[in-house]
Design a protein around this ligand. Sequence first.
Ligand code: AMP
Length: 486
Amino acid sequence: MGGLGFEKREYCGAFGILSFSGSSVSSDIYMGLMNLQHRGQDSAGAATSDGKQVFLLRKLGLVSDIFGPQALEQLSGFAGIGHVRYPTIGAGGVEDAQPFAAESGGRKFALAHNGNLSNYGRVRKAMEEDGHAFCSSCDAELLLAAFAEAYGKSKDIFSACKAVMEKVDGAYSVVMVSDDGQLVAFRDPRAIRPLCWGRSKDKIAFASESVALDIIKCRLEGDLAPGEVVVASRSGVKRRQVFSPSSPRHCAFEYIYFSRPDSKLDGRWVYEVRHRLGAALAKAAPVEADVVIAVPDTARSAAEGYSKQSGIPVAEGLIKNRYIGRTFIMPSQKKREDAVRLKLNAVRNIIEGKRVVLIDDSIVRGTTSGPIVGLVKEAGAKEIHLRITCPPVIGPCFYGIDLPTYKELIAASHSVEEIRKKVGADSLAFQTIEDLVEAIGIKKESLCLGCLNEDYPTPFGKHISRMMKASKSLRKEGVRVWEEQG
Ligand code: AMP
């Protein structure tokens, strides 16, 4: 990781809710965050408003540990926001946990977001030169500072959000609550990270994924448009698209890996997309085999799709220890390898003597596939045919997915055959970008496929990518080092 102290990338979940009748929302925030927990297990936080002041709570740990009865009581009010943060290498302490709060124009605002600002270092430096002091290295603090600065001048939420969009580059799906009980949500001009909204009789809610609306019985109404701002208060809801680019650029990796299969993102069910990804692999990379096995959990829907398309039965040949977190949270490579064994075990009687089609969602660093193939081999598989629902990941992400730099991405420097040899499979096939786009069902120009084809959707993302490629030392780790030097 780079040494400048800004290494973190925020990959998170955000939630916001308002009760029109004025009832308490703290338990809804708790429930919503529980269903976003897969998007971040490092810290969680919430801010609520009772119409007079903002109550703030943020801590390291899981939602269920943080939001006990006492905490929920403390978070009084009829409007509020919540956040879960994804743990990345070098992630800071509680000072980086969201939400952040600040005063501007005689009001107090609390803000949380999901995404990553690609020009964080540059904007921060400029704001520091103007006299701003920052107490964390979290880009939510910078977003709030930019909003507060603009709001202080205009006293208008819509134009302050527009000013933020003009100042920062990157992905941000934002929720805010004010001391006087307004709830604000906005999405960056390319709508890179998801943000949907829903209603019940008494409530309006915003969430990174629709599963957080399901749990509080809010009906999914839709997704925020690129550059759209929604301001809700007890007297009503106002929506305005303050910034209109030519096309959205929704992140494809949300469908491939990050979102829950029971979520609907930008009009597409994640389960259906993954099912189609599996079916597409069966068509494009067929193989004679006896059983289709998913690497749990993400690849399960794709394994069903592969099985349905190919006619080869699917079975649960790998069982996951449900008390182990996602392997990426392990801070070192060695630990990640150990984690595979901690996390997965093979079902010998399903695998022994069989030709296995093994489905996984992605190969990023290439450190987990080898040990998984090893497990299946040890359980007696005759052949192992690895099928990956994601095309080769060849570029870093500047928009909030915790993908490493070029040096660590195995597909950036190895051919498919080299990767096959390295992981020890009998055959290996990746999805094509064309099949991925078709499975998602959103036109290519409206997707961000930056990590797969290096076509980054924002000017600063393109710039950092060019700089990283041009440099002789692709060895430098930590995307933010480049952001700052940009
Ligand atoms: P590896 O190839 O060793 O880097 O591991 C790839 C596996 O990690 C995939 O199969 C996913 O299950 C998981 N994964 C992929 N991308 C991410 C990410 N951005 N954050 C956390 N886990 C990820």
